[in-house]
Design a protein around this ligand. Structure first.
Ligand SMILES: [Zn+2]
Length: 480
């Protein structure tokens, strides 16, 4: 990749997670070299000028939760690393943290190498979470080796998919190891045993249509598992990141953990901020099938709780959980919801949806928006302050945000390869007018300017502050 042309972004309102102010930004060789007034004298010859008058200048979005590689099951998801990361850039997101799922019989290390190969097509920066499906000596070795490769977060599924599901004993053993390595455990909370039993009961009554899917995955079994994951993390002395927090019961469990001083972090799924269980409440089984995702869309009380928690800081980050499928694949099995591929797309839409429904309604301030969509993910996964902030020395990952621009979402114009969109026909106000990734202007005037493979692998070091503190505390107490 050639060195980017120096950039001077003039006249915008800088927004960081802690404050906003009017200043210009000078980027040279992919880094922010100055933030301030009257930077023209410092700009090298040939500097490209970007006029940000009337716009917000914010750190590029960081999506903590995507699935861009080969799916565990057939059919394959619609987007690979190229499509997904191109969509990310068009929406103002410059970094994704994607998830490695080992295939049955594959070691985590093999799955990692496979994932790296697939990610060579990416056009934005990327790091990985690796998924722990069981616990044995080989897994322990692979986890330690992957930490050295630059992975500092490991995912666990308490439910959702039998190929990934792990029980409390696995969580406990894994968390103890992650504590020593100084890396972050991630949990997808659902009581998988109860979900399976609920599904059996539904099927025995002939209730197999897509609109019955949420009945097998009620909020109560997410809330129960969230509390259980927090208990395991407390026993192991580790911080905990809860992916896809979708209901009031989970938020209450996180609130109780905070009251006890535990380092528990929650991620809101952007789709659940926008959509509710109403999408399943009719006889339109095609619509219900298109909305099958994990967790399912919840009721309006849960949605209100998510917004409140996102504004008050009980939830810390915002994820897309991007894994879209084609319409034909989603709607092939209208007689059996367990055969419908689970997942939807929101990588491109994530920031615009959050801005539209969060800022335009007054629920969030621009700084809270930046904290949710970028800064906190950078901090939790040890990318800060290279990512997640506009400051001297940071990577030139920047989005110019036009708060007055309107955009109508459609599968015809979105950058995902998927032929359907949950947001078809929705018009949002506020969008990325320019995206700068690593100093390159990659999205401007509604056009992407990317070359396959221009995205950079982001190795992430262990011992982010919250992990270092956890280990020091654990050491002190186990030595007594
Ligand atoms: Zn997930």
């Amino acid at each position: 990749m050639s060195m980017p042309t120096p950039l001077l972004i003039k006249g915008g309102m800088i927004v960081n997670a802690d404050r906003s102010w009017r200043a210009d930004v000078l980027c040279v060789n992919g880094k922010i070299v100055a933030v301030g007034e009257d930077l023209d004298d410092q700009a090298p010859p040939g500097t490209q000028l970007l006029d940000a008058t009337g716009q917000y200048v914010m750190p590029g979005g960081i999506d903590p939760h995507t699935y861009l590689a080969t799916s565990l099951r057939e059919p394959a998801a619609a987007d690979d690393f190229f499509d997904g990361t191109a969509a990310a850039l068009a929406g103002g997101t410059t970094t994704v943290l994607d998830t490695i799922h080992p295939l049955p019989g594959q070691s985590l290390m093999e799955a990692y190498h496979d994932h790296r190969r697939q990610a060579e097509r990416a056009v934005c920066s990327y790091g990985f979470h690796a998924t722990i499906t069981h616990w044995d000596k080989q897994m322990q070795r692979d986890v330690a080796a992957l930490t050295k490769e630059g992975i500092n977060s490991f995912s666990h599924y308490m439910g959702y998919d039998e190929l990934l599901m792990c029980d409390d004993a696995v969580l406990m053993q894994s968390f103890a190891c992650l504590l020593e390595l100084g890396v972050m455990p991630i949990v997808h909370a659902e009581n998988g045993v109860l979900a399976r039993q609920l599904q059996r009961t539904l099927f025995s009554k002939g209730l197999r249509s897509p609109s019955c899917y949420p009945l097998a995955h009620p909020a109560a079994i997410e809330g129960e598992a969230t509390q259980r994951a927090i208990t395991v993390a407390e026993l192991a002395g580790v911080p905990l990141y809860l992916a896809n927090v979708s209901c009031q019961a989970s938020i209450e469990a996180i609130g109780r953990a905070h009251e006890r001083g535990l380092r528990v972090y929650g991620e809101a799924p952007v789709a659940n901020l926008m959509l509710s269980s109403k999408v399943y409440e009719n006889t339109d089984q095609i619509k219900a099938a298109l909305h099958i995702t994990a967790p399912p869309f919840r009721d309006l009380d849960d949605q209100r709780a998510l917004w409140k928690a996102s504004g008050q800081g009980w939830l810390h980050t915002l994820g897309s959980h991007h894994q879209p499928f084609h319409r034909e694949d989603k709607t092939r099995h209208l007689d059996a919801f367990d055969h419908v591929p689970v997942g939807c797309g929101a990588l491109e839409e994530r920031m615009a949806l959050c801005w539209h429904a969060g800022i335009n309604s007054g629920r969030l301030t621009p700084s809270q928006f930046v904290a949710l969509t970028s800064t906190r993910t950078a901090r939790l996964f040890h990318l800060y302050p290279h990512k997640g902030v506009i400051c001297q020395g940071a990577d030139a990952d920047i989005v110019l945000w036009d708060p007055e621009a309107h955009h109508s979402w459609s599968a015809v114009t979105h950058h995902s390869r998927s032929d359907n969109s949950l947001y078809e026909g929705l018009t949002t106000k506020g969008m990325a007018s320019v995206t700068v990734c690593g100093g390159h202007v990659v999205w401007q005037g509604g056009q992407l300017r990317v070359t396959r493979g221009m995205g950079a692998w982001l190795p992430r070091a262990p011992f982010a502050p919250q992990c270092a503190v956890a280990r020091a505390f654990h050491r002190r107490h186990t030595q007594l």
